[in-house]
Write a protein that binds this ligand. Structure first.
Ligand SMILES: [Zn+2]
Length: 907
């Protein structure tokens, strides 16, 4: 409508494990998925059988979603549709990865990945239940000793080793003795598997009974002090090694667990007598805290026992404070006086060289569950294929690309910059799932976040693959016959058309057409996607484009949307508040769903869909169709001169076009909807109310109302296309409104004089109504007295004086020097004082605009509205100007009149 040729294609991403996992659950008769499919998605039980195969499930939902997109009126170019398991798409991805590999951006290496032990495959955000991005973090294993056996404790704060008073183990967990890389270790049973996945050589030697563990002592590897092993039910056997060091002076959990334990064993005899000697040790000095900051925090958060959720906040607060501001105390040996952060590095260095510490990788956001239902863990993957996002040259290119892009909302740019800096090697292949095989290692399938970053370019190819089916059929049957040269030429402009035509036997005309179309549409001007994809997919999109394509084909912009909420809540299967698109359309209609989603949309925020809103929009859109029905298609004969009121209405329309256009240019859809679908009606209602019943044969109302409806229909076309087309044809227009032009904001229809006049009429109407409400009479006669010429003269002079910052006294003196005004005596002096006061209190904007407007012909304006007022108040209405010789002014009200404020008299 604005003259741009816009390409809106659609494809379907089949890659990965989700379909596999879902069809497997269906095959196993998982009641939850059966319920979701039948209850939420309304799939007939007979159809379920067909969905048990992953590809059939994919095509079922593809068809369903496609129907929904057609029904809601997306103007998609379906000629370009494809799926990521189409043979020629696979060939395209092979070219993509071969090109990356040639550029040295694919590495083979040994790196930690999140891993599903069941699938024996790396997992990423798209492979986990609830789409959780696994977060791998490092912790330290500090090895306590006893008679040649190690008790490795996992900690993030190895510098606190000086304050350790005891170790914790969970009394209900199973602990084992295991040989790890030649050493004997005591760890939880759960830890064994973790260590194995991290390339430790582990053999289990057997479980150890609780009695051999609890209340025994071990030796601190740094201070050599003997400390006891105590029972702590808060210790999670799946976390770290299941053995934890206790620093009650600086760790709120430890302090509280120790306090709880002492309370439980009031009788401190037998082994429990060690509790007596277990007292917190202060090792870090922290400004504003006591020697034992853990105690301060426990008091601050009013912690009750070791299961109190406040402990987590207390812990986080203290850890961060000590890390940033803590200083190691005198009892920490050579670390004394060091800032905590520095001491941590130093002690890790020292203990590493002595073999007393190791690192353990953990999923910080555990438990992360694979789509197959298995708990994920960290696995060190050897000889695996990675995309090297850590390459510094590549990072530079990605930054350069980002710097040239529009990011909406702009505040997300920081997150993109952060992601580009932070990304490292990323596993790009999986052992299971649908997708493209890694071209040089057929045991691996390229994973979903790696085969979906340049697919936009494929839309320019896919149309030709379908259209020139005869030519491409042979390649589809044997994709290896389509050489890289084809992609290099069409997408990158490398090579010559003659050489590629010769090699592929594809006619030059087709090759040139693809190349021309690619250059015409590429790059993508604006990619709309989800807010939560900024840190992965959208950043990868920038990376890959910046490396593969020449600079002029780099993406130009990204817009990140929020979620569609349902009545304020996130849609989820468990809340049963999902409305599948097609059901929503069937229930409310396509346009109410579209407008319902957009009506609360604000850039960068979630939008909230509600049934009430959709129903009210449905009603509104029907009313607009009703207006069209009334106007009909008949031609309007005759043409009267435009009245001030007509000019006012056209001026309002022009303002609406301007502000709606402005709002849409800035993607403020909500504001645009408000103007187009709602606000304009207030003006139309006023226009009709002012006009009253039709008296003249030719007035302009039908012509103007038609113009308004036609204009707003053009503006509605992108928002509610079905309604817009219906109205467009009902009022007798040919063709489609979506092919019509967007309305021009015609400046010449802006009429400030008319707008000012209507504002006055409306103000007097409201003021009169207020008075009538207060004195509760039915008036027989109403009189409006407009200000005399001399008051206007004084008023405008006062505005000017206020602009020039003239003092009040000087202004009045100046006024009274005018002989004509002086002859009016006190009345003139009083009004001058009032006028200058008003002028001083006005906003600069209002003062300046009133100065510009000069004298307003109020008497003419009100005289023109007499009919209207008589109709509104069912009363006689007179209009006089103050000082009019024929004036009827029984109570002398006209004295009160002022510019912009006529005096009102009722009887
Ligand atoms: Zn799995």
């Amino acid at each position: 409508m604005k003259g741009y040729n816009t390409l809106f294609p659609m494809g379907f991403h089949y890659t990965g494990t989700p379909l596999f996992a879902m069809s497997k659950r269906l095959r196993e008769g998982d009641p939850e998925i059966v319920k979701t499919f039948t209850k939420v998605y309304g799939i007939p039980p007979g159809t379920l059988e067909k969905l048990k195969d992953p590809k059939s499930m994919a095509s079922y939902f593809r068809e369903d979603i496609k129907k929904g997109m057609v029904e809601i009126g997306f103007s998609i170019d379906w000629r370009r549709e494809f799926t990521t398991i189409d043979p020629l798409y696979n060939r395209f991805i092979e070219w993509h990865f071969q090109t990356l590999n040639r550029k040295g951006l694919i590495t083979k290496g040994t790196h930690p990945v999140a891993w599903c032990p069941n699938d024996k495959s790396p997992v990423g955000v798209v492979d986990t239940q609830g789409d959780v991005e696994p977060d791998i973090g490092e912790s330290y294993l500090v090895k306590f000793q006893k008679e040649g056996v190690s008790y490795p404790t996992s900690t993030l704060r190895p510098e606190t080793i000086f304050g350790v008073t005891n170790l914790w183990v969970n009394p209900d967990a199973t602990y084992v003795r295991a040989r790890v890389d030649g050493e004997l270790w005591i760890v939880s049973k759960e830890a064994v598997k973790k260590l194995q996945h991290q390339n430790h050589k582990v053999t289990m030697e057997g479980e150890i009974p609780e009695s051999e563990l609890l209340w025994k002592t071990v030796q601190n590897p740094v201070t050599n002090s003997e400390i006891p092993i105590l029972p702590g039910s808060f210790v999670e056997p799946e976390n770290g090694t299941g053995v934890v060091m206790s620093v009650p002076g600086h760790a709120p959990y430890d302090y509280q667990a120790l306090a709880d334990l002492k309370q439980r064993y009031t009788d401190l005899t037998g082994p429990q007598q060690v509790l007596q000697d277990t007292t917190p040790i202060s090792i870090i000095r922290l400004e504003g805290f006591s020697d034992l900051p853990a105690v301060d925090l426990i008091e601050k958060f009013k912690v009750k026992d070791q299961n109190d959720p406040h402990l987590e906040h207390a812990t986080q607060e203290l850890y961060s404070k000590e890390f940033h501001d803590g200083i190691m105390k005198e009892n920490t040996g050579s670390y004394s006086g060091m800032p905590v952060a520095k001491a941590r590095e130093a002690i890790v260095r020292e203990l590493t060289s002595q073999g007393k510490i190791e690192t353990l990788l953990e999923l910080r956001n555990a438990p992360v569950i694979c789509r197959c239902g298995t708990k994920c863990l960290v696995h060190i993957l050897e000889n695996q294929w990675f995309i090297n996002y850590g390459d510094p040259e590549w990072k530079k290119l990605a930054h350069k690309c980002l710097d040239q892009m529009a990011i909406l909302p702009e505040e997300l740019r920081g997150e993109f910059n952060y992601t580009i800096d932070w990304l490292r090697e990323r596993a790009c292949a999986r052992a299971v799932g649908l997708g493209t095989k890694l071209p040089w290692d057929q045991n691996w399938i390229i994973e979903a976040l790696s085969d979906s970053v340049i697919y936009m370019a494929y839309y320019l190819l896919s149309k030709y693959f379908t259209k020139d089916w005869v030519v491409f059929k042979k390649f589809e049957r044997d994709t290896s016959r389509l050489p890289d040269a084809f992609f290099n030429f069409t997408l990158l402009g490398d090579g010559t058309v003659d050489a590629v035509a010769e090699q592929t036997k594809i006619p030059k005309r087709i090759l040139n057409a693809i190349r021309a179309e690619f250059q015409y549409f590429y790059p993508v001007d604006m990619r709309h996607s989800a807010r939560d994809l900024v840190s992965n997919h959208l950043s990868f999109y920038i990376f890959h484009h910046s490396s593969l394509f020449p600079e002029k084909q780099w993406p130009k912009g990204i817009l990140a949307n929020g979620f569609v909420l349902m009545e304020g809540a996130k849609m989820s299967k468990s809340l049963e508040n999902i409305i599948p698109l097609r059901q929503g359309i069937a229930k409310f209609g396509a346009d109410p769903v579209r407008v319902g989603v957009m009506a609360t949309a604000e850039l960068g925020q979630d939008t909230d869909f509600s049934e009430v809103l959709a129903l009210s929009i449905q009603e509104r859109l029907s009313a607009l169709i009703g207006q069209a029905r009334k106007l009909g298609t008949k031609k309007i004969a005759g043409k009267a001169k435009l009245s001030t009121l007509d000019r006012w209405m056209l001026s309002r329309l022009s303002t609406a076009v301007q502000s709606a256009t402005n709002a849409l240019d800035r993607l403020r859809v909500r504001e645009a909807i408000n103007i187009i679908i709602y606000q304009l009606d207030n003006d139309i209602a006023w226009y009709r109310r002012r006009l009253g019943p039709k008296k003249l044969r030719f007035d302009n109302r039908d012509r103007i109302l038609r113009k308004i409806l036609e204009t707003r229909t053009r503006m509605m076309a992108p928002l509610a296309p079905h309604t817009a087309e219906e109205i467009w044809s009902r009022i007798g227009n040919k063709g489609f409104v979506v092919q019509a032009d967007w309305p021009e904001e015609s400046e010449n229809e802006k009429d400030v004089v008319a707008e000012r006049a209507e504002a006055l009429v409306r103000q007097a109407l409201d003021d009169t109504g207020e008075i009538l409400k207060a004195i509760r009479i039915t008036p027989k006669r109403i009189a409006y007295y407009t200000a005399s010429d001399w008051k206007w003269q004084v008023y405008l002079k006062a505005l000017k004086a206020a602009e020039d910052k003239v003092r009040q006294g000087d202004f009045i003196k100046d006024v009274m020097e005018d002989p004509q005004l002086r002859s009016l005596g006190k009345a003139a002096a009083d009004y001058a004082a009032k006028a200058i006061q008003q002028a001083n209190q006005m906003t600069d904007e209002m003062r300046q605009s009133r100065l510009r407007d000069g004298v307003t012909a109020e008497n003419t304006i009100f005289a023109g509205a007499v009919d209207f007022y008589q109709r509104e108040f069912k009363s006689t209405v007179n209009v006089w100007k103050e000082g009019d010789p024929s004036i009827s002014d029984p109570k002398g009200r006209s004295r009160m009149s002022e510019p912009y404020r006529p005096a009102i008299y009722l009887e």
